[in-house]
Design a protein around this ligand. Sequence first.
Ligand code: CA
Length: 235
Amino acid sequence: MTMQAYFFDMDGTLFDSMPHHAQAWDEVTRRHGLSFTPQECYREEGRTGIDILQEIFRREQEKGNPTEIDTLGPDEQLAHIRAVYQEKSARFKELGPIMPVKGAYELLQYLHALPGTQIWIVTGSAQQSLFRQLDDAFPGIFTRERMITADDVRHGKPSPEPYLIAWQRTGLPKSDCCVIENAPLGVRSAKAAGLFTYAVNTGNLPVSALQQEGADCVVGNMAQLLQIISKTHTL
Ligand code: CA
């Protein structure tokens, strides 16, 4: 099983960004009379920010609680939700630099050195500074052409759409493509797309949370993953 294309999730897989995401969501949702706890943030990780906010507003409305969008028309509601998401993104940036996940660069360098191997980013994030951030942390690995972001999809993870788009762009059969994810919903998206999926448990989820979504291989860190993947390329 030698793969020719590797699809990397970004948050929690390449960058240790989840603590900042959790804090930014918590602060900004409170500011708007909503609630999205750090625990929920970890569980829902992988959805686009707009999807998450629509769900949070819907939840409050179902509970019968008044929200800021109740009296707005559909277009204005979406505009408001986008504005709240902008606030969350701005707060996330204020929280400071994000460190790469330990061992991620070593794995990427290993794959990059294999002739003909494609390395992709498939992320629910829409951060405009994404590419620069990736190139700073992992110089020489990624190209703008091989990135699927929130701007490229209609439905974010856990829909299979982001991974299906990446797969279609590779020009390869599905059996030559695989995914590296850290979150249950990301694994669900990848498996729904019909792709072999490695799960790296970089957070504090139980391993079962990743296995239950169908991950083909669950490891505890990037060094383990490099060991496993390098064996598949030397057989
Ligand atoms: Ca992730």
